[in-house]
Write a protein that binds this ligand. Structure first.
Ligand code: HPA
Length: 246
């Protein structure tokens, strides 16, 4: 049976507990090992692959994730569509803690990451990236959310920072001026690599906290982040199952 959907889980989402008949696949790639085993199982009638981006024990910080291996491994097992779950901070008013959002744009502030499969061999491939998230697949995510009753904000700009430290107030103020609504550390190069491989890719951002200097932001703690991610993720298995069907 084909893989109907691949899901990459971010901070606070290390398993899809609703998956049944799960088989762990240890895949190696020309780019090294992915973050952990691919857990392939069934959600309803559909086959779904799940990968914990940071490793199942959250051992890998954002700049150490082998994004190329992760995407290559998912492509290798036959995935065609990838839903990326990204834990983020909210910058603008509509993106407060516990909001789910499906951004339609991104700005890349990361540096020093392996950000392409075209690494000196053959002709460089300048993939089109004007719409970094697959428009059709985004619509399917939003449609699935409507069916299951999950509230998902349509659109927004994701700013990908290097981390692992959080941002200064001035950095977030600059990102706001740049047009960012959300800030996270793992959105790139993942989205671009997915495009290079011809995978359909969309981000479902889970807002864990107000970004530095925004909303009523206090000091950002891991406990707060995990608490908000858990609360905001309650409807995810249903949404993922519906998306896999469509
Ligand atoms: N900044 C960057 N990444 C994040 C944040 C943040 O405030 N919260 C969760 N991931």
């Amino acid at each position: 049976m084909d893989i109907a959907l691949a899901v990459i889980g971010g901070t606070g989402v290390y398993r899809l507990a609703a998956l049944e008949d799960v088989e762990a696949r240890h895949v190696d790639t020309p780019y090294g090992a992915p973050s952990g085993p691919l857990r392939i199982g069934r959600l309803g009638e559909q086959r779904i692959a799940f990968l914990a981006r940071h490793g199942e024990g959250h051992a890998l910080p954002p700049h150490r994730v082998n994004y190329r291996a992760n995407l290559h491994a998912l492509k290798h097992i036959g995935a065609k569509r990838v839903l990326a779950l990204n834990t983020v901070g909210g910058i603008t008013d509509a993106y407060g803690p516990r909001v789910l959002a499906c951004p339609d744009q991104l700005i890349d502030y990361t540096w020093g990451r392996e950000s392409t499969f075209w690494d000196g061999e053959g002709e460089a491939l300048h993939v089109d990236f004007g719409h970094p998230y697959s428009p059709m697949f985004r619509h399917k995510v939003l449609a699935a959310a409507r069916v299951t009753g999950a509230r998902v904000v349509d659109g927004g700009c994701y700013g990908a920072t290097q981390g692992p430290r959080l941002e200064t107030n001035a950095e977030i103020a600059r990102m706001r001026r740049d047009g960012c609504d959300l800030v996270g550390m793992t959105g790139m190069p993942e989205a671009a690599l997915a495009r290079e491989l011809g995978l359909e890719y969309a981000c479902l951002a889970i807002v864990a906290n107000w970004a530095a200097g925004c909303g009523d932001a206090q000091e950002i703690t891991l406990a707060e982040v995990l608490d908000n991610v858990a609360a905001a993720s309650a409807g995810l298995p249903e949404l993922v199952a519906e998306l896999a069907r469509g």
